[in-house]
Ligand binder design. Sequence first.
Ligand code: OFO
Length: 167
Amino acid sequence: MISKKLEGALNHQINEEVFSAYLYLSMSAYFLSLNLDGFAAWMKAQAKEEMSHAMKFFHFLNEMEGRVSLLAVKEPEKAWKSPLAAFTAAHRHEQHISGRINDLYRLALAESCYPMQIMLQWFIKEQVEEEATAAGIVRQLVQIKDSTQGLWMLNRELGARQADGRP
Ligand code: OFO
């Protein structure tokens, strides 16, 4: 069993993860519009990974005999000033998600919900990776600046990402 408070918080987190998928899919479409197919493929893979995060929360809530209740997904932004601006936004978004995961963990501690604490430990580790990956790409884009050649090289590198892997 799970408390109503935790049930509500987990339903909210499912929504956050689905929105993350939506946001990254929107970034994928933005990169396609710039003919940066490697960046687009990377974002599409990221969107898929976010849906798998949503499903982890979905299954956990079910297993705990809670009721999944899906909320409206907000509309994501559709365009950014540059690839650097898009990845900076993605990095900021991951920092926001880390904050949400930490809030959930604090709640699970306060409610003495040990299964939820264990489940969230995977996400705490995952967020370290997610933030580091996005920050690394931001750093590369800062170095690349206005170099078209640099952008194309990174485009090729990002395009090599597998659905559940990282560059
Ligand atoms: Fe990008 O992270 Fe989900 O949780």
